[in-house]
Design a protein around this ligand. Sequence first.
Ligand code: MRU
Length: 519
Amino acid sequence: MSRSLDWYEGHIRLIDQRKLPAHHRQLDITTVDELIDAITALAVRGAPALGIAGALGVALSAARHTVSGRTDAEAVRTDADRIAQSRPTAVNLSKGVARALSALPRGADAVLAEARSLLEEDEQINRAAARHTAEYLLASTTRRPLRVLTHCNTGSLATGAWGTALGAIRDLHARGLIETVLATETRPLLQGARLTVWELQRDGIPVRLCPDGAAASALQAGDIDCVVVGADRVTRNGDVANKVSTYPLALAAARHHVPFVVVAPQSTVDETTPTGASIPIEHRGPDEVTSLGGVRTAPPGTAVYNPAFDVTPHDVISAVVSEHGVREPTVGTPGLAERLASHTTVVKDFPSPGVDFQDLAGVYRQPGLLQAAAREIVHRARGRFDAVVGIEARGFVLASVIAAEAAVPLVLARKPGRTPGKTQSARYRSEYSSDALEMPVDALGAQHTVLLVDDVLATGGTLSAARSLVEACGATVARCAVLIEIAALNGAARIAPIPVDALRSIPAHQPTAPGGEHP
Ligand code: MRU
């Protein structure tokens, strides 16, 4: 049997995941009660696999409750409810049940056909999501081959086939782009140790196993290029429920500026639930925590807190990727653009007639505002740069906070005559003037991927000149970041295809000071 679960001669046949890796045994499920037992005991598990199991369970019920071509729809609906509630967190289960149930008016055969189509389409969906994820990870990281951290089991066992997060790892491995996978053991039921390591070893993908509590240290040590996990439910605002211990992993990844990517087919997205606060979290029995391998480890009567899942807020997630593509959380720091606007003063005719000067002094005077801006930029660009170039003069202010926040080197692109030693220079014309920037010739090398930082983007002349200095060193510019973009001057087009993160965009044409970018 190549799939983790299938329909076989009138019943459900699945790999009993409780027995792996010691025993590769199949379980034949012939009643709804047996299926509910298999689901609650985690013989079958993982969000997409639960969706398929739920749908096949409805097919099982419909077949059992059909006599002489007449189906007892009420009895099937009662069974469907029981199946859907057997594990409440993974939305795929109730969605799979609902999808199979939608075919009930057309009879038991139609229910089975619907359930089977869910199974059939799963692999293509997972492969598409995995491919999008692989591309996103490559665009978000600089080191090759990749050292990937993953949690729980998201492979072919947890799905119909191929896997979600593990599917992305498989995709990258096929391209020779995986150095090693760090798999968390995933307490308390050890889906990582038992299932993920088993799947990766069978595929010949290098894997190391670590206790859940060691993952943050691996991130801190700089041993991980990206974290990729699955999901049990993604809410409308992008919060994610996944196996418990995903949330601390995301926090640690954010702290160390490592991309944290969730792979979730559209069937795991629950648009009806607004935020993670409304996700029902399954709590499990005490024995899973008070004993290990059937041997009691805690004193008798120990009280236990054993949630099976946790909720990771969207602001520490780099992206959620489905078969339809990448969704990056839009909300970073709420109200940041408004705060920047309210502390920026427009000074007319400064420093010369006809120029509206965007005075950022008020932004700098606000305690914490510059740091919030820098954090937002680091969050958006995380993992995509390993050096910052700040542009004289006010680019220095933001660039230094970003470089400190991301713990990467800072290089200064200065006006002429202010940099000692051997320099290279680039002239530029902007809206009102022409000028030049200089940088030491050896400030950067081919190993560097740079975030270019300035205060304001107007015509793009300054950023383009800085870009040419970076590229003359052999380094690459990955992104640009500014506090304010004067959108009407279309400076972003001049620097394209390099993306620009602007924390605030001023749409109307407002003339800026000489240089477009400010003195
Ligand atoms: O309790 P489990 O093993 O069902 O939890 C599974 C997970 O949390 C997975 O990460 C999730 O379902 C995604 S599987 C592609």
